[in-house]
Unconditional design. Sequence first.
Length: 196
Amino acid sequence: MKYQWKVIDHQITFQGYFRMELFHLQNELYDGGWSQVYTREIFERGSAVAVLPYDPVRDEVVLIEQFRPGAINFGSNPWLKECVAGIIEPGETDTDVAKRESIEEAGCEITNLELISKYFVSPGGTTEQCTLYCGLVDSTDVSGTHGLAEEQEDIRVETVDADTAFSWISEGSICSANAIIALQWLQLNRERLRKL
């Protein structure tokens, strides 16, 4: 059964690098009738693409590490190990972004892309949707520091064997959602990718 909702009022409360919107909403209830009108602030983030570069010949993954201000209040290291990722710009496709960001952030060229998932990042408070890929690469010479200076990016690239990356999830060294999802997908699909 499809339920209905209503936007009673909508305002943009902040417009900067990102946008905040205030919604007054009502939605149908499972037990029948309608909810009271309630408000939610929604962070308009845009749609993102993330890609886990994987070398099936060397059985290595390429991860990036960068400072993330959203992690500074949680008592852990705010330099997070992540997948390559970026926001979809007007006129770009998901695959355009995956290939562009792999070069900009990790210095590697994708030869083939496999869709992992398309998911909402945190739909209780943001519109952001992420399309997640695994991208096949040759990781032989992938290393260094990358990113665009005009975007204040300072990105360290790390190439590690797949088993090490999997262990980092268990140890808690990787706590970024797209990297966890991508690496767990790789654990399930690794042998198939190595036979391509």
